[in-house]
Design a protein around this ligand. Structure first.
Ligand code: CTP
Ligand code: MG
Length: 220
C-alpha cells in the first residue's frame, strides 16, 4: 500500500526540560527525529515524508529536505500539527508518527500496513488504579482489555482528514489520532501488537532507556 508518512516534530519537549526541542537531542550520534525519518525512507511503500516542525526551527530540518521529504509548519497542539500536515497528503493512506519515537522498526510497519485504520500498541504491564480527588483508590481497572497506544497510526487518508476536520469544528482535542476516528466515525480501528521498545522519548530517563535500546540493537 503506498502511503505518506507524517513525522511530528513541532512540540517543545517541556517534560524533557532540555535546552532545546527534545527531538533534536542526540541518541548516539543522531538526532532523535532522524531515526524514524530514515526508517520511513527505507520503506519503498512510503512515497513521501512530511516533517512537521515549528516555523522558527525550519532551518534545522533544511538539510533533510529532498524530493521525497517536505516541511510543514505545525500548530499549537499535536492535533493541530497533524491537521496541518494532512492537508499536504496526496497518497491514499497515511502513517502518522511521533518524531519522539525513534525505535519503530520495518517489521512494525509491515504488520501495520497489513491493515487499514490500525495502530501499534502494547498490552499494559502495570496494575492501573483509578483514584478519586483525595488520591484514594476508587477502583482497579481490569488489565486484560487495556493497551498502551503508540505510533505510527495508519489510516485511510480521506477518513482521517474527515475526522480531524470534525474534531476541529467541534473543538474536540484527542490524545491520539485513533481517538478522533473513535469519536467522529463508526469505522473500527485495529490494534496491532507492537514492541515495548517503541518508547516515546518524553522525560530525561527515557534517554537512558533509549541508549540502552540502541546498545542492545548494536550487539544483536
Ligand atoms: N508535537 C507536534 N506539535 C505539537 C505538539 C507536539 O508536532 N504542537 C509532536 C512532538 O514533537 C512529538 C509528538 O508530537 O514528537 C508527541 O508529543 P509529546 O511527546 O507530547 O512532545 P512535546 O509536546 O514536544 O513534549 P511535552 O508535551 O513534554 O512538551
Ligand atoms: Mg506534548
Amino acid at each position: 500500500k503506498p502511503y505518506s508518512a507524517i513525522i511530528l516534530a513541532a512540540g517543545s519537549g517541556t517534560r524533557m526540560a532540555a535546552d532545546r526541542n527534545k527531538i533534536f537531542l542526540k541518541l548516539a550520534d543522531q538526532a532523535i527525529f532522524t531515526y524514524s525519518l530514515n526508517l520511513f525512507l527505507s520503506d519503498s511503500d512510503c512515497k513521501s515524508v512530511i516533517l512537521v516542525g515549528k516555523a522558527e526551527e525550519k532551518q534545522y530540518f533544511s538539510s533533510y529536505l529532498t524530493d521525497r521529504v517536505t516541511f510543514v509548519v505545525g500548530g499549537d497542539e499535536r492535533q493541530d500539527s497533524v491537521r496541518h500536515a494532512l492537508s499536504h497528503v496526496a497518497s491514499s493512506h497515511v502513517m502518522i508518527h511521533d518524531g519522539a519515537r525513534p525505535f519503530v522498526t520495518l517489521s512494525d510497519l509491515i504488520y501495520l500496513k497489513a491493515h487499514t485504520n490500525a495502530i501499534l500498541a502494547v498490552p499494559v504491564k502495570d496494575t492501573i488504579k483509578e483514584v478519586c480527588d483525595a488520591n484514594q483508590i476508587k477502583a482497579t481497572i481490569p488489565r486484560q482489555a487495556l493497551w498502551s497506544a503508540q505510533t505510527p497510526q495508519f489510516f485511510d487518508t480521506s477518513l482521517i482528514k474527515t475526522v480531524h476536520q470534525a474534531a476541529h469544528d467541534a473543538g474536540f482535542l484527542g490524545t491520539d489520532d485513533a481517538s478522533l476516528v473513535e469519536q467522529f466515525s463508526t469505522v473500527p480501528v485495529t490494534i496491532v501488537s507492537g514492541s515495548y521498545e517503541n518508547i516515546k522519548i518524553t522525560t530525561p530517563e527515557d534517554l537512558i532507556f533509549g541508549n540502552a535500546i540502541l546498545a542492545s540493537r548494536l550487539t544483536s
